[in-house]
Write a protein that binds this ligand. Structure first.
Ligand SMILES: Cc1cc2nc3c(=O)[nH]c(=O)nc-3n(C[C@H](O)[C@H](O)[C@H](O)COP(=O)(O)OP(=O)(O)OC[C@H]3O[C@@H](n4cnc5c(N)ncnc54)[C@H](O)[C@@H]3O)c2cc1C
Length: 404
């Protein structure tokens, strides 16, 4: 039988994450939205607490750093809920509090997830405790990540990196950036590797921070690399250019991070649904689960439809995380979860603004902010259109050259 309750071993971490969201993130949400680029100093204490929980072995972190594929343990029949599941569950709670603040959590960046996904044991130890952003996007390359132009040339014991990266989340604040660069542009996707570049490395410059529609408490940086020398041990994964294997190494990260972004959308949408339900109740609109939708008010029917969409996104997100925890290939499910949750998150938060009327649109409530914050969750880590493309390729068994 399928059990959809929160696994017992994660109830503690989920409750803790919810408490933090309610008592620390939500109360600071509007303030850091209005003071874009101001560092949310409250997060330092929170990050220390999350580190403490991780060190005590009680949880796997409230963010990306906790995510790592299940190691083979020789017991193929044993199913488990591991760090992917605990991360998506706690991220949902934290994003019920505030998405931008969750993205600003020290040591919980998307670069940390990349390190957790593909680093070897020695690198895991060396980069433990580092806060890492992730730099893939360039001025001429977004959705088509195979066309990146940043180069990494081996010179003695170092790689020399040259190029420009844009829209790097936590790029200004993180201690290190995981940079995607090509070893040989003529070799195509197979030559794209990721490198951990520490912030103090000469040749790496944070050029500017961008102003944005939403997640304003999260900094988004443009970073330039000019003859930036990185020890060759900082390449994550296999340094060989294996054209037979293609993009597999670096792309593996997305199978772990897309469910996390889906979880952010699910958490933010739940916040909007909960507030809308109470605004509707104040206005005398009753949502009745025992009566057919067509005999209820239009507002109640809309609410019920949003809730069912939300439930589908939630379940797809859990499925993608569960598969990752159990060592099962989950690229299809990760993209399905991201596509569904990203779209549903945008729809729900915007329709909640609509149902709230002037209360929804004004800054009296956080509804308008959640509508702005959720938009990015349908864009970064692969847009809605790109997720649909990946799903179609997988279902139709087409290559990226056959279906683009
Ligand atoms: C706030 C913010 C934070 C970000 N954080 C990071 C980060 O930490 N690290 C990082 O590397 N990047 C980050 N990004 C970049 C983000 O991942 C890209 O914006 C995203 O991948 C889309 O790329 P693009 O903006 O170049 O759009 P494009 O790729 O130019 O796409 C433009 C539009 O065309 C559509 N499109 C493109 N190709 C196809 C196709 N084949 N079929 C159908 N439609 C298509 C897209 O879906 C989109 O709607 C961030 C962006 C923002 C705004």
């Amino acid at each position: 039988m399928i059990n959809l309750e929160t696994p017992k071993k994660f109830r503690g971490i989920v409750n803790q994450a919810h408490q933090v969201a309610a008592e620390m993130l939500r109360p600071n949400s509007r303030r850091y939205d209005l003071t874009e680029h101001a560092y949310p100093k409250e997060l330092d204490m929170l990050a220390a607490m999350v580190d403490g929980i991780g060190a005590a072995g009680q949880g796997s972190g409230a963010g990306a750093a906790g995510v790592r594929r299940a190691e083979a343990d020789g017991d193929a029949d044993r199913v488990r809920n591991g760090s992917n599941m605990s991360s998506v569950l706690s991220i949902m709670e934290m994003c019920w509090g505030d998405v931008g603040l969750l993205l600003s959590m020290p040591r919980q960046g998307l670069g940390n997830s990349a390190i957790a996904s593909v680093a070897d044991a020695e690198q895991l130890e060396r980069f433990a405790g580092v806060w890492a952003g992730m730099a893939i996007t360039e001025p001429g390359c977004g959705s088509d990540s195979a066309s990146i132009r940043t180069t990494a040339r081996l010179d003695g014991d170092d790689y020399v990196i040259n190029g420009e990266k844009i829209f790097v989340t936590a790029g200004g604040r993180a201690d290190a950036i995981v940079v995607w660069a090509t070893l040989d542009r003529s070799a195509g996707r197979a030559a794209i590797k990721s490198f951990v570049v520490r912030k103090d490395t000469p040749g790496m410059t944070v050029e500017r921070l961008d102003h944005k529609l939403g997640i304003r408490s999260s900094d988004t940086a443009t970073i330039r690399f000019e003859d930036c020398r990185v020890p060759k041990e900082n390449l994550l994964g296999n340094p060989e250019v294996d054209t037979g294997k293609g993009f597999a190494g670096v792309m593996q990260t997305f199978d772990n991070t897309r469910p996390l972004v889906a979880a952010m959308a699910v958490g933010c949408a739940r916040a909007a649904l909960e507030l809308t339900r109470s605004l509707l109740a104040d206005a005398g609109v009753e949502v009745d689960y025992d009566r057919p939708v067509h005999v209820q008010s239009s507002a109640a029917a809309t609410f019920l439809q949003m809730e069912s969409d939300w439930e589908a996104a939630y379940l797809l997100t859990l499925q993608a995380a569960w598969m990752a925890d159990n060592g099962r290939p989950n690229s299809l499910q990760a993209s399905m979860a991201k596509a569904k949750a990203g779209r549903v998150g945008n729809d729900i938060t915007l329709r909640c603004v609509e149902l709230g009327g002037s209360l929804g649109y004004s800054e009296h409530e956080l509804l308008e902010k959640w509508a702005r914050d959720s938009k990015i969750l349908d864009i970064f880590e692969g847009t809605q259109q790109i997720q649909q493309l990946i799903v179609a390729r997988r279902l139709l068994n087409k290559t990226s050259a056959e279906l683009r």
